[in-house]
Design a protein around this ligand. Structure first.
Ligand code: GLA
Length: 389
C-alpha cells in the first residue's frame, strides 16, 4: 500500500502552509492500476475487454486553493511541479503531462475544477503495462474536479482518455481509463467498447491473480502502439470498400477475413486476424469461467499470448520467457502478457497454494534466462477510483 491516509496528510501538512493552517480540509483520493485478463488490442477496434482494477494504487492528499494553481509533489522523488489551470502548458514528457492533459480535457466539458496543493504517492509500478498513466489521470481528475462524485464513472473515463489521446499523444482505447474509473471489488469487468455496456465477471472460486513484472520497461511503446492502431484502421478501410456496413474490426468475422485476405497487405491481415480471434476469446473465457472450465481458460490465455506474439507482434523475449516459465509451474492455470506489450507484465491465474512455487520458480529461472530482475505481485481485485474517507 502507499502511505496510509494519516501519513499522507502529515506529509502535506509538513509541506504546505495552507494545509497546516487547516488540516481538517485536507482530502485524499485514490485511483488503482489495472490488469487485463484478456482482450488485448481490441478496445480501439470496438471490441471486448476483461480488465480488473488492482490493489496497487496512486493516492493524492490535497487541499483546495482558489488561485487556479495546481501544485503536486511526488513523495517518492520529492519532485514538485505546478501549472495554472488558465494557462496553455505544452507537454514536457513527464508524469505531470497526465495531470495537465486531464485538467484541460475536464475544462473542455465545462465541469468546474479548482486549484490545489497536493502530495502524490504510489505503489503501482510505472511503465509496467499496469496503467499507471490512467491512474494518475483519474486520481488527478478526482482531486481537481469540484464534485467528482457527481460525474458518471464512464464519462470521467472518456474525459481522461481524451487527455491521453489529444494531450499526451497516445491513441489508446478506453479500456484502461474504464477499468481504473469503473472497476468493482472482487470482479473483473467485461466491457464492450462499442456499446459501452459492462458487467462484473467473478473469477471462479479458488483462483488467485498474480502479476509478473519482467523488469523490462515498455519499449518503443508509443510509436509502435499508434502504428498498430493505424494498421487496424487500414484493414477496416480496405474491407469497407467491399462492404460499406463495416465500420470497425468488430464488424468483421473470421470467415469474412479469410475470404478477402488477399486484398490486404499481409501485415495488416495478421493484425486483423488477431483482433477478430481475440474478441472471440474474451467471450469464450467468460463462458469458461461460468462453467468452471479452467483447462479451457488456460488454453485461451495461451492462444491469446501466441497471437500477440506472432500475429500482432507486441510481445518481447522477456514476456515470452515469463509466460513459458509460469506455464511450467504446477498450479498455474493460465498465463499471458497483459497490456500494450513491448515489455511490462504478464497476468497469471494461479491456485493460491501455487503462488510461492511460482515466485520461487520465476526467481530461479527468469533471471538465469534474461539477466533481469523480475517482480512477482499477487494482487486482489479492487474498486475503481474515488475519495478515501
Ligand atoms: C494499452 C492501451 C489500452 C489497450 C491496451 C492493449 O494499455 O492504453 O487502450 O489498447 O494497451 O489492449
Amino acid at each position: 500500500m502507499p502511505p496510509d491516509i494519516d501519513a499522507l496528510i502529515e506529509e502535506l501538512v509538513a509541506r504546505e502552509p495552507a494545509a497546516a493552517a487547516n488540516p481538517g480540509a485536507v482530502r485524499v483520493v485514490r485511483a488503482p492500476g489495472r490488469v487485463n485478463l484478456i482482450g488485448e488490442h481490441t478496445d480501439y477496434n470496438d471490441g471486448l475487454v476483461l480488465p480488473a482494477a488492482i490493489d496497487r494504487e496512486i493516492r493524492i492528499a490535497f487541499i483546495r486553493t482558489d488561485d487556479r494553481e495546481v501544485s503536486l509533489t511526488r513523495l517518492d522523488t520529492g519532485e514538485r511541479d505546478d501549472f495554472s489551470l488558465d494557462a496553455d502548458r505544452r507537454p514536457t514528457g513527464t508524469w505531470m503531462d497526465y495531470v495537465v492533459g486531464t485538467a484541460g480535457a475536464i475544462q473542455k466539458t465545462g465541469l468546474p475544477v479548482s486549484g490545489l496543493r497536493g502530495v502524490i504517492a504510489s505503489d503501482l509500478p510505472e511503465n509496467a503495462g499496469l496503467s499507471s498513466s490512467a491512474a494518475i489521470e483519474l486520481a488527478a481528475a478526482w482531486a481537481m474536479l469540484e464534485d467528482a462524485s457527481s460525474v458518471d464513472g464512464l464519462e470521467l473515463a472518456r474525459v481522461c482518455q481524451r487527455a491521453e489521446n489529444r494531450y499526451v499523444g497516445v491513441q489508446s482505447g478506453l479500456m484502461d481509463q474504464f477499468a481504473v474509473a469503473c472497476g468493482q471489488t472482487g470482479a473483473a469487468m467485461l466491457f464492450d467498447c462499442r456499446s459501452f455496456e459492462s458487467r462484473p465477471v467473478a473469477l471462479p472460486p479458488g483462483i488467485g491473480l498474480v502479476v509478473c513484472h519482467t523488469g523490462s520497461p515498455r519499449r518503443l511503446g508509443r510509436s509502435e502502439y499508434n502504428l498498430r492502431r493505424a494498421q487496424c484502421e487500414a484493414a477496416v478501410a480496405e474491407l469497407a470498400r467491399l462492404d460499406p456496413t463495416i465500420h470497425s474490426l468488430r464488424d468483421v468475422t473470421a470467415e469474412m477475413l479469410a475470404a478477402t485476405r488477399d486484398r490486404l497487405d499481409p501485415v495488416v491481415a495478421r493484425r486483423a486476424e488477431h483482433v477478430i480471434a481475440e474478441n472471440a476469446r474474451v467471450t469464450a473465457v467468460v463462458a469458461a469461467f461460468a462453467a468452471g472450465d479452467l483447462v479451457k481458460v488456460g488454453a485461451l490465455f495461451a492462444a491469446s499470448h501466441a497471437s500477440l506474439r506472432d500475429l500482432y507482434e507486441v510481445s518481447s523475449p522477456e514476456l515470452d520467457a515469463m509466460v513459458d516459465i509460469a506455464a511450467g509451474v504446477e498450479g498455474v492455470i493460465a498465463a499471458r502478457m497483459t497490456g500494450a506489450g513491448f515489455g511490462g507484465c504478464t497476468v497469471n491465474l494461479v491456485r493460491p497454494d501455487a503462488i510461492d512455487r511460482l515466485r520461487d520458480t520465476v526467481a530461479r529461472e527468469y533471471s538465469a534466462r534474461t539477466g533481469l530482475t523480475p517482480m512477482v505481485l499477487p494482487v486482489e481485485i479492487a474498486a475503481g477510483a474515488g475519495a478515501l474517507e
